[in-house]
Design a protein around this ligand. Structure first.
Ligand code: NAD
Ligand code: ZN
Length: 244
């Protein structure tokens, strides 16, 4: 067993409150590409032109056609991978209090985690802009765009577009958990999108240990992380589980 994994498992066993912050890297093994970096969506599409709320309001049919349709295809088919399943298992074992996720794919809940804070909302749901009704994304037909609710209102992803605020409850709960945890697992996130990226910093200043799991170093690695478990989220979490 890797020494760094044994150290992480010791920290988790001694902790009273363990929280995870997850990002797109956790879902890569489910076939959902990250947005940033090589092969990412933002290499092909300008986020300000497609993922900004103003772009959606200006021309919802175009954003549905180019961005949302593609995401729906990917998210409708995706299944939880070994990283999601390991986090669900950690919660069941009583070793993980909550998952703060930046992901919008709904895969933590699908894996069985019960306390999931959706920092950027969810793409697995669509919301009517007129009456507020929520519809599961996989039930939405794309025959005519933008898709509409029974009431005639336009359906929009129930996630946070650029230019929109983080849901207040998600933000305050995340800040609270970050200030109170003893260990924060920071998994598969580039830690560059604010304000999510400030959660490990809040945790660190409040005295928590930061355990990062990522294939690459991030801006946190050198100055905030106590441990960097280098590797793919699924493999690292599976060995962490077996060491507990
Ligand atoms: P990001 O794309 O900025 O960074 C992904 C991180 O994951 C990188 O640091 C990369 O090194 C790491 N990584 C890649 N493969 C990995 C693996 N197998 N195991 C462990 N780490 C791996 O992602 P972000 O920090 O989450 O920010 C992107 C934003 O875009 C999020 O806020 C989210 O809302 C959205 N997004 C969501 C999804 C999703 O729901 N699955 C996918 C893409 C983007
Ligand atoms: Zn409606």
């Amino acid at each position: 067993m890797r020494e760094d994994i044994l150290q992480a498992s010791r920290l988790i066993r001694e902790a009273h409150l363990v929280v995870a912050l997850t990002g797109a890297g956790v879902s890569v093994e489910s076939g959902i590409p990250p947005f940033r970096g090589k092969g990412g969506l933002w290499e092909r599409l300008d986020p300000m032109e497609f993922a900004h709320i103003d772009a959606f309001l200006r021309n919802p049919a175009r954003v549905w056609d180019i961005l949302v349709r593609e995401m729906k295809d990917i998210v409708d088919r995706a299944l939880p991978n070994s990283a999601h399943l390991a986090l669900a298992r950690l919660e069941k074992m009583g070793d993980l209090a909550a998952v703060i996720t930046q992901n919008i794919d709904g895969l933590h809940q699908a894996a069985g985690n019960r306390d999931v804070i959706e920092f950027h909302g969810s793409f697995a749901r669509q919301r009517c802009m007129k009456c507020g009704k929520i519809v599961p994304t996989h039930l939405v037909s794309l025959k005519s765009l933008p898709p509409r609710c029974e009431c005639g209102g336009i359906l929009r992803p129930d996630c946070v577009f650029f230019g929109e605020a983080i849901p207040l409850e998600a933000l305050t709960r995340s800040q609270e958990l970050s200030s109170n945890c003893d260990v924060m697992l920071v998994i598969g996130t580039s830690a560059e999108v604010q304000p999510a990226a400030s959660m490990p910093r809040i945790a660190k200043y409040a005295g928590a240990r930061i355990i990062e799991i990522n294939t690459e170093p991030t801006p946190l690695t050198a100055s905030y992380s106590d441990l960097w478990l280098k590797g793919r989220a699924g493999e690292v979490l599976e060995s962490l589980l077996s060491s507990l």
